[in-house]
Design a binder for this molecule. Structure first.
Ligand code: F6R
Length: 242
């Protein structure tokens, strides 16, 4: 595990974007696993800047998002479909039919999970999976539990996750109670994982995830078993591990 700590958000964003665009420059048909949330916004901004300079093209790239809320329309401003359009897809030359996000409004959610798993199987392997980290150690929406699910599945969000995400909604009551998420098995199958964490409020969970015991009670701790993980931290989130 290669852990890099940055003194500024700008440097962290440039490093994260550089890893992703560097991969796409050398492998234009790369399969990218993408994340949403507050953490990657600045990285997507940098990627868009690099694209606008003509230094990278996404036209042959395939993308798979980690997760989507259940039960809010795709055009709801806080859906992960809307997020990806706003922060990345609307600004680069990615081909829409090669972008994939679970459909949280599918009439049969189990079938939707099976469909998403099939798409992931067809793609064979994600080349780079971008991840943020939940305060409780979740990756994707794989919440701490006594056992974890390997493939895409429906998850009930923990109260702490809904509280953390309430900042994006008018009130906590509006935060969906369920989501569809890629499973930990799929995440760990990626060739490379890029975990990005920011903020003092994540220092403890960063320490648990990267240095603590490997346990399903902290899903991100399973990343310790992966052979090719790069972790980008700011000084605050890395406070307890350096
Ligand atoms: C987002 C995702 C989540 C977030 C995590 C951190 O697609 O899967 O695991 O990465 O909840 O969220 P932020 O970045 O908002 O702190």
């Amino acid at each position: 595990m290669n852990i890099l700590t940055f003194r500024s958000n700008e440097e962290l964003n440039e490093a994260g974007a550089g890893i992703i665009t560097g991969l796409v420059q050398t492998n234009p048909r790369a399969v990218l696993g993408l994340a949403t949330g507050g953490t990657p916004v600045g990285i997507y901004e940098e990627i868009v800047k690099t694209y606008r300079k003509g230094m990278v093209s996404f036209k042959s790239v395939t993308t798979f998002n980690l997760d989507e809320y259940v039960g809010i329309p795709e055009d709801h401003p806080e859906s992960y479909h809307a997020y990806m359009n706003k922060h990345l897809f609307d600004h680069v030359d990615v081909s829409r039919e090669r972008t994939h996000i679970p459909n949280g409004n599918a009439p049969e959610l189990e079938q939707e999970c099976a469909r998403y798993n099939q798409l992931l199987d067809d793609a064979k392997q994600i080349d780079l999976q971008l991840l943020g980290l939940g305060h409780n150690g979740h990756i994707g929406f794989n919440e701490p539990d006594h056992a974890l699910v390997s493939g895409t599945h429906i998850v009930e969000l923990k109260d702490e996750t809904r509280q953390a995400n309430a900042r994006f909604f008018n009130s906590i009551d509006e935060v969906p109670t369920h989501a569809l998420t890629m499973g930990v098995g799929t995440i760990l199958k990626a060739k490379m994982i890029l975990l990005v964490v920011r903020g003092a409020d994540k220092a403890e969970i960063v320490h648990r995830a990267l240095k603590g015991p490997i346990t399903t009670e902290c899903p991100a701790s399973l990343l310790q078993t992966h052979p090719h993980v790069v972790v980008l931290l700011d000084t605050e989130s890395g406070r307890l591990i350096n």
